[in-house]
Design a protein around this ligand. Structure first.
Ligand code: BJ8
Length: 415
């Protein structure tokens, strides 16, 4: 670790957290736990991971929800999301990578280069995937800095051929993770791991469903924060804490208590994933008086909507159930990706959404181009859409603010 630069990173992160997250009014009491996790995200949590490693367990880092965490846990490893959401490391990455690349990719590569992400430094293996071209090529460079295993993801995952291909990839990953940990993935271990992760996904879905109430009992920014922490925290503890928070939110819903005014415009954000500390658009929209009620994103509904549901008990049955679940993830890297368009319109209904922000990280062609189809589908539902293409810097905050303000006026005029 480069401790001096890491201190600079933490200083900036702390200030941003205070101004964007802690300054929110009327937050649920049970958010205390998640604030604590963030305050210790580079402290106690890293100690926990390194204590596990001292006992011989392995830590696997990943960037994509296609990395099958169930298999890692079945081999007694822990999977964590790696730092990929801050501008802090982008200038370092740009000393090697082209500037016109997605900020998420530059961010993670820069974090490994400048040695300021303790999750990277504590990972025994990094799992990449052949989703978009940018990631795919940068994993080749990353492999020179850290042991990296790349999963080949079928780009037509919904087809029988795609599913069979993915099954072989899952088997190959199982072998890799067994080699790394020295532990065999048995049917029993895998079943336990499926239940562990299913419970986490159920808790996140419960939290998400609560946000469909009007008024929403929790801010979109806090909802996003919890979805982000889902990739970092200890799974069992995190699941219990999300359920405790949901109990409090249930009570809020019964009392008709919300975080914003009752008639706040209800917005859904759909598109590229937002990794910690990417809170920009939520924070701006909600500071203007809107409520973000859902994230159609991999840090959001795409992660927890479907569970792994085995049809039998053999190892093969369980692997096929993982295959089925992951094949339903509607990433814009795939073609055709109608499942995502259907999901956006369904979510818009479920969450009583009045407008959708189509969110694209700069230079992400997949989400940018797919935005055309998203817009057509929303138009057919008479739902306004605002397209925001941005990076991790704050330079465009004022411009985004003005555009969201105007978007909210459109929503209000349409009522
Ligand atoms: S399953 S969305 S987490 S790949 S890195 S595609 S923003 S140009 S992250 Fe993703 Fe897995 Fe798909 Fe989800 Fe665009 Fe950037 Fe590529 Fe990105």
């Amino acid at each position: 670790m480069d401790l001096e630069r890491h201190d600079q990173l933490l200083n900036g992160l702390g200030q941003y957290y205070n101004s964007a997250v802690m300054s929110q009014k009327n937050r649920p009491k049970k958010m205390d736990y998640f604030d604590f996790v963030v305050s210790e995200v580079h402290g106690l949590r890293i100690k926990e991971l390194n204590d596990l490693r001292a006992k011989g367990k392995k830590v696997v880092g990943a960037f994509c929800i296609y990395a099958p965490e169930e298999l890692a846990y079945a081999a007694d490893a822990t999977m964590v999301g790696l730092c990929a959401g801050a501008d802090f490391s982008v200038p370092d990455a740009e000393t090697v990578l082209p500037r016109n690349l997605c900020p998420l990719i530059k961010s993670f590569y820069g974090f490994k280069l400048n040695r300021t992400c303790p999750y990277f430094q504590s990972s025994d293996l990094v799992v990449g995937e052949t989703t978009c071209d940018g990631k795919k090529k940068v994993y080749e460079l990353l492999a020179d800095l850290v042991p990296t295993y790349v999963l080949e993801v079928p780009h037509k995952p919904d087809t029988q051929q795609g599913k069979e291909f993915w099954f072989k990839e899952l088997e190959a990953f199982k072998t890799e993770i067994e080699k790394l940990t020295g532990n065999k993935v048995t049917a029993q271990k895998l079943e336990e791991a499926l239940e562990l992760i299913n419970a986490k996904r159920r808790a996140l879905k419960r939290l998400s469903d609560l946000r469909s109430n009007s008024p929403s009992p929790i801010s979109g920014l806090d909802g996003l924060l919890i979805d982000q922490i889902a990739f970092m925290d200890d799974v069992k503890r995190f699941t219990a804490k999300v359920n405790e928070l949901c109990d409090e939110l249930d009570q809020r819903v019964r009392n008709g208590e919300g975080v914003a005014r009752k008639d706040a415009p209800r917005i859904m954000i759909s598109g590229s994933p937002m990794a910690v500390p990417n809170w920009k658009v939520h924070s701006i929209a909600e500071s203007l008086g809107a409520t973000v009620v859902a994230e159609e994103s991999c840090v959001g509904t795409r992660y927890f909507t479907d569970l792994v549901e085995p049809k039998g008990e053999s190892l093969n049955d369980l692997l096929w159930a993982i295959d089925e679940k992951y094949s339903k993830i509607p990433c814009a890297c795939f073609t055709p990706n109608n499942r995502r368009i259907e999901s956006i319109t369904e979510l818009a209904k479920q969450f009583k959404v009045e407008g959708v922000i189509c969110y694209t990280l700069q230079n992400c062609l997949d989400y940018n181009v797919e935005g055309v189809k998203v817009e057509l589908a929303l138009k057919a539902q008479n739902l306004p859409m605002l397209k925001i293409e941005t990076d991790y810097t704050m330079g465009d905050s004022e411009q985004i603010k003005t555009r969201i303000q105007a978007f909210m006026e459109i929503i209000e005029a349409k009522r």
